[in-house]
Design a protein around this ligand. Structure first.
Ligand SMILES: C[S@@+](CC[C@H](N)C(=O)[O-])C[C@H]1O[C@@H](n2cnc3c(N)ncnc32)[C@H](O)[C@@H]1O
Length: 295
């Protein structure tokens, strides 16, 4: 099964934006692939043309050539690149997005993992491609509840990483509209959020203290010092990459797991992956999960 790639919902019409010929499209798609790993097949052409065109116009450029040159010109080019990447990445997410993966974590994976660890060992989770933070706080609520119910006092934390600075800033603030919080049960809302003005809710400080957020381009994951995570939760991210990139990324992630640690992927995001250090974890929820073998 191949997961469908969602498009951003807040499209504006591309009227009056300059079009790109095949060669120009190829050049922008190659730049994006090279720097972020994101694969732009021809059927996503209008997505790229509109995203580049809108951002180019906001930045005061009228043609692709000048804008391209600017992006490749030192510090101000790098700042503009960050703004463009934010425009070209899809940040769709919500609380408790994949119920089956979360049930799997709560009912099987985390209990097994903790049973194999000493009680003083900290538990560290990593949400890779965390967007605006809903996934991180969902995992935080799940872990908090689990440890609380089992009277387990161990320290724990969750790191969210993403390529989009704007998304990370929103994630750090942990403020969500009433509509976004509509997916939360009354009990979760009561226990983990405080109401602000204008129907907005903020994650309570005690839960936010367990979360930290960092900028990371996943194509560099293989070069990063080992993170020693117990769980890496990587959902709705690999779909934006070619198969070769997906393999590079997951192979790179293996070395960030502690022995016995888990890698949880989205359904259909990577088929037929094998790694000598990883064991497929079959489960009744059919969640795509792997455990790093013990040394
Ligand atoms: C569709 S969201 C998924 C959010 C969350 N994981 C979920 O499943 O709800 C994909 C996220 O991946 C991020 N992303 C895309 N390319 C990336 C890259 N090369 N490195 C890190 N993050 C990336 C995007 O910025 C976006 O926030």
């Amino acid at each position: 099964m191949t997961a469908a790639i969602p498009f951003r919902q807040n499209w504006q019409p591309a009227d009056s934006l300059p079009d790109m010929d095949e060669q120009e499209f190829g050049r922008w798609a190659a730049l994006l692939e090279d720097r972020t790993g994101m694969f732009m097949p021809p059927e996503r052409r209008s997505f790229l043309v509109t995203g580049v065109g809108l951002r180019m116009r906001e930045a005061g450029f009228t043609n692709h050539e000048d804008y391209y040159r600017h992006l490749n010109s030192g510090v101000s080019g790098n700042l503009e690149w960050a703004a463009l990447v934010d425009r070209l990445t899809v940040h769709e997410t919500h609380f408790f997005r994949d119920r089956r993966a979360l049930d799997f974590l709560r009912e099987q994976a985390i209990p097994e993992l903790l049973a194999a660890r000493r009680q003083q060992d900290a538990l560290h989770l990593w949400s890779a491609g965390c967007a605006t933070g809903e996934e991180v706080y969902t995992l935080a609520m799940l872990v908090d509840r689990y440890l609380d119910a089992s009277g387990d006092p161990r320290p724990w934390g969750i790191t969210g990483t993403d390529i989009s600075f704007a998304s990370l800033a929103a994630a750090r603030a942990g403020i969500y509209s009433q509509r976004r919080c509509g997916e939360l049960s009354a009990d979760h809302l009561e226990r983990y959020f405080q109401e602000l003005d204008q129907g907005r809710f903020q994650v309570l400080p005690f839960l936010r203290r367990h979360a930290c957020f960092a900028h990371l381009n996943m194509i560099e994951v293989g070069r990063l010092a080992s993170q020693q995570a117990d769980v890496i939760y990587c959902q709705n991210l690999l779909i934006y990459f070619s198969r070769a990139r997906r393999l590079d990324i997951v192979n790179g992630l293996v070395h960030h797991l502690r022995p016995g640690g888990l890698l949880v992927l989205g359904a259909g995001e990577l088929v037929h992956w094998r790694h000598s250090e990883m064991q497929r974890l079959h489960n009744r929820w059919d969640v795509l999960a792997y455990r790093r073998r013990d040394n």
